[in-house]
Design a protein around this ligand. Sequence first.
Ligand SMILES: [Zn+2]
Length: 250
Amino acid sequence: MGWYSYDEGRERQAELQRVIARKRASGEVFEALELPKAKGKLVRTFWAKAWCSHLESYQDYENRLPRGRSYLRRGGVYNLLIEDGLLTAQVAGSALYEVSVKIQPLAKEDWVQIQAGCAGQVSSLLDLLAGKLGEGVLKVVSNPESGLFPRPGEIRFSCSCPDWADMCKHVASVLYGVAVKFDSDPALFFRLRGVDPSELLAGGAQATLSGLSALEAGLPGEDLSALFGIELSEEVPAPSISSKEPGPGA
Ligand SMILES: [Zn+2]
């Protein structure tokens, strides 16, 4: 990692923009992460804010995360992808860096515990995704030890920059960039943790699925997916049968 004068820095930025333009011209997808237009808060919704405050609550991270926030503001995060347990992105710094963050999917037994703790208290997927939750549910999902958010030991990151081992600003900017994505589509948070949010609904997955088909019958498909902010064309996972299995103590 070198030190650059203002002019050298500008030159490198311009060179980077040329590299990006060339990639785009050759047909490569290079999508900049869209940030909220208004100045002020980076994120506004429940899951996005909860994600940020959870990560900021760890001493290991609190010194390193803030620079990711300002880095993200400068608009250098591209092609941010959220999959089950994996984030990938390209971040423009003094070069174009490849960032990936692996987040251990929520353990099955933890998910079963969370489901039990929320049983009968979450009435709709819309409320769940909007974070309109009762105090009991909030306590369960945001418990730092047993809730929905990953602990530092479950997060592994890498970056192609020379400075990555110490959580570089590129990794930090991706961790905040993810929250920006959660703002527009909170279902992505559950996707990242590898769980189906409808399994938290009162009545369990079965009722949810039949509720969905009833809704589907009455609404045009595209409206429904907009309503839930999820991709309905994706295969709906089979209802969990875990509630019928005897618990570990049985
Ligand atoms: Zn880096």
